[in-house]
Structure formats: structure tokens, C-alpha cells
Design a protein around this ligand. Structure first.
Ligand SMILES: [Fe+2]
Ligand SMILES: [Fe+2]
Length: 263
């Protein structure tokens, strides 16, 4: 069984999102906000997928992991829904309407996947997303992205990303247990990533258009490390349980243990 703690945390998003940043920072800001915009649709879809998978899992330990994975994702998307209200309020009515249109398309896609796609397809989507996100979360921890000044949304990012690292073995484990095919994971996992990244781009471009800005995103140490880690997920012997965790991950987990325990 993986070591997964469900932390019941709610963050506050009182400060408006500050879009008044240089062009070379705006690209990162908008991509970060775009990630948040997807979560209230993506994460319930992952939870629905696990709900279908759980009765078919023969390992009680993996069932427990899948339940905790779903509970963590549940807390993630509820916080992101609150943050997204602040994003929409900060970008103004026209921009918010444009975002809502994309949100409706994304929700329709995920509802369709749940209803029409086979479980193995939805599990490959879940693992494709989780592997990509874990690679980025590990790169963020490695390159110190969680130290110092926070991105818009503040604490939601280190908390969410460190829990993604904490539950990194679950979607892989459930896929491996119920499907197992390496070729299917790579083929459909990659298609899933392209589907997801297409929406990240749509959200980011929509916000840039509303702001009338050109968002640049110069290459960074974080992106180079994330790409290197992401490419490793394509190896036949990829196993998220064997990844060596960057320094600082354990401290962050303990920080959120303490926060969730405090009244
Ligand atoms: Fe999550
Ligand atoms: Fe996750």
C-alpha cells in the first residue's frame, strides 16, 4: 500500500489575480491559471474512472490506494473551483464568459469519456495525465519552484503538486493491474496528454486575448527538468514507485500534515 494521507484543506483566494506582469512571465502565469481551470472537470473524471475500476481490483491494498487517490483529487478540485472563481472575477466579464465556454466543452468531453469509452481507455488517460503531472511536480520540487514567491493561487500549488507526487503510483498501479499493456499506455496515454494540453492552450490563449497581450514563455531550468522526467515515463521499465524524490518533498508533506491537523 502506498503512503497516502488525505488532507482536508481549504485555501482562501481573497486577492485578485495580478495579470500586470512582464510578457516573459505572463506565459507561465497563464499556463498556471489554465491548469487550475481544468481541475474541476479533469479531477472528477479521474474519480469517476476509479469508481468504475475499484470493484474490479483484486488487491485490497490497491483498492485503498485508489480510494485515497480519489479523496485527494476531491480536495484538489474543490480548492481549484474556489480559485477559478477568483480567476474569472479578476479577468472581467467578457474574459470569464470565454473561459466558461471552454469549461463547458471540457466537461462535455469528460462526461462523454466516462459514458462511452472503455475502462482501459479511461485508465490510460488517468495514467497519462498523472505521469505528466508528476514529472512536472518533481521538476518543480527539484528546481525550487515552491520556495520564495508563489505563483497566483499561492499555497494551492505546492500542496496540490506534492500530493500528486505522494499518489504518483496509484493510476499507474491500477492501470498495470487491470490493463497492463505497455503499448496501449503509451499510445492512449499520449493521446490523452495531447487532449489535455490542447485545453491548457485554449484557456491560456483565451486569457491572453482578453488581456490583449502576447504571452511569452522563455525556456527555464524547470521546463528542461520536467521534459527530461516526462521522457522517462515512455520507457518500458518506467515505474513511478522507483523515482527518487527531490529534497524538500517530505518537508512539504509534513507542512500540509500540520496544516490539515490544525483547527
Ligand atoms: Fe490532483
Ligand atoms: Fe493526481
Amino acid at each position: 500500500m502506498a503512503d497516502i494521507t488525505v488532507r482536508n484543506l481549504r485555501f482562501r483566494f481573497d486577492e485578485p489575480v495580478d495579470f500586470d506582469v512582464p510578457d516573459e512571465e505572463l506565459g507561465t502565469v497563464l499556463s498556471t491559471l489554465a491548469l487550475s481551470m481544468t481541475m474541476p472537470y479533469l479531477e472528477p473524471y479521474l474519480i469517476r474512472t476509479m469508481k468504475v475500476a475499484i470493484p474490479q481490483i483484486s488487491s485490497p491494498a490497491l483498492v485503498e490506494d485508489a480510494k485515497r487517490f480519489s479523496q485527494q483529487e476531491g480536495h484538489h478540485f474543490r480548492n481549484h473551483a474556489n480559485f477559478n472563481n477568483q480567476i474569472r472575477a479578476s479577468i472581467g466579464e467578457t474574459g470569464a464568459d470565454a473561459l466558461r465556454e471552454i469549461e463547458a466543452d471540457l466537461e462535455a468531453d469528460y462526461q462523454r469519456f466516462t459514458k462511452q469509452k472503455p475502462l482501459r481507455w479511461n485508465l490510460a488517460y488517468a495514467e497519462g495525465f498523472e505521469a505528466m503531472t508528476c514529472a512536472t511536480a518533481l521538476a518543480m520540487a527539484e528546481t525550487g519552484a515552491f520556495d520564495g514567491e508563489m505563483m497566483p493561487g499561492g499555497e494551492i500549488w505546492p500542496w496540490h503538486m506534492v500530493e500528486e507526487i505522494e499518489h504518483r503510483t496509484v493510476a499507474f498501479g491500477v492501470y498495470d493491474h487491470l490493463v497492463g499493456s505497455y503499448a496501449y499506455r503509451i499510445w492512449f496515454g499520449t493521446r490523452a496528454q495531447l487532449h489535455y494540453l490542447g485545453y491548457i492552450k485554449r484557456f491560456a490563449v483565451s486569457m491572453a486575448k482578453t488581456l490583449g497581450r502576447e504571452a511569452a514563455r522563455p525556456p527555464s531550468a524547470l521546463e528542461r527538468d520536467a521534459r527530461r522526467r516526462y521522457l522517462r515515463t515512455f520507457l518500458p521499465w518506467y515505474d513511478p514507485g522507483k523515482i527518487e524524490l527531490p529534497a524538500g518533498v517530505e518537508d512539504l508533506l509534513q507542512r500540509y500534515d500540520a496544516l490539515s491537523a490544525s483547527p
